[in-house]
Design a protein around this ligand. Structure first.
Ligand SMILES: [Zn+2]
Length: 297
């Protein structure tokens, strides 16, 4: 009898806690929206305005190449109406998308990269090709958002997703989209103008996350990392030689990042490291800040 009462008590507790969990969902009429990386948050909030409540799965400072979906994120995702995946092959998404879809079958999943042409991951420079001609197998560059041209396509995909879910507010989303596209054009003009007279258009970076940006503005990204790993002594020597030849004094790194190889190179070339963040939440502002740093390299 005691045992029986205890079971009832447990069931009572469970029902109570489920009730509480449900109450956590904001009943303010806003759409609960999820995306993968912080730059998407600015885009979605720009288009969705006060109609959306945006959550991000890879917060600023964590690494989308190695991060895993956390159990509490699954709980949050079960409340979402739409998930805007980047869609360009980021490891985190490739690993998690099946789980995410299974969890919430009613959730719309939008591929933000629809219509964007992926480029090859820039791992090796032209000199390396002469020696061994190593190429990455199917290694497409997933960092599409560092290009404002791609950013515009992502914004259009976000707009279409929101209209599909909430057609009543189409005009509102459209106006917001157009305002934000104008802001993207302004940022693009700023960057073009900043970089137009730059003589040496190469920059050296540990993790090659700015390939699309480099392509847009006719810059050359020289990567130190090889397929996500520290370089070998041989490729290290080649990078140092290249840096000296191009007279580069700055190695760009991501926030919170430290690398033996980057240290060795800065010592060898008498240079320094400078942080640029491909995942900053202030997307447009951050692209301008990054441009200023690359210009001053
Ligand atoms: Zn990356």
């Amino acid at each position: 009898m005691k045992k029986y009462l205890f079971s009832i008590f447990l069931i009572f507790l469970l029902v109570l806690s489920l009730g509480c969990a449900n109450q956590k969902i904001p009943e303010d009429g806003r759409l609960i929206v999820y995306a993968t990386i912080p730059p998407q948050k600015e885009m979605i909030e720009a288009v969705g305005g006060d109609k959306v409540n945006v959550g991000i799965l890879i917060p600023q400072g964590s690494d989308p190449h190695t991060a895993d979906l956390k159990p509490n994120q699954l709980v949050e995702l079960s409340k979402a109406k739409v998930y805007f995946m980047v869609g360009s092959g980021i490891e985190f998404e490739v690993k998690s998308i099946g789980k995410i879809r299974d969890l919430n079958k009613n959730m719309l999943v939008v591929d933000s990269s629809k219509g964007i042409e992926l480029i090859e991951m820039a791992e090796h420079d032209h000199e390396a090709e002469e020696e061994t001609h190593i190429e990455t197998e199917g290694g497409k560059d997933p960092h599409i958002w560092t290009s404002l041209r791609n950013g515009k396509i992502m914004v259009q995909n976000i707009y279409e997703g929101l209209v599909l879910l909430d057609p009543e507010n189409k005009d509102y989303y459209m106006k917001n989209r157009d305002d934000y596209l104008n802001r993207i054009d302004e940022a693009d003009n700023y960057i073009k103008n900043e970089l137009k007279d730059m003589d040496n258009r190469s920059f050296m970076i540990f993790h090659p996350s700015w390939g699309y940006y480099a392509k847009d503005y006719n810059l050359t990204q020289i990567a130190i990392e090889v397929e996500g790993k520290e370089p070998t002594l041989q490729s290290l020597a080649r990078v140092i030689e290249e840096a000296k030849k191009e007279n580069l004094k700055t190695i760009f790194v991501s926030p919170g990042f430290s690398s033996k190889a980057a240290e060795i190179i800065t010592k060898e070339i008498g240079g320094r490291t400078e942080v640029i963040d491909p995942l900053a939440e202030n997307y447009l502002e951050n692209l301008k800040i990054t441009t200023d740093k690359i210009k001053k390299k």
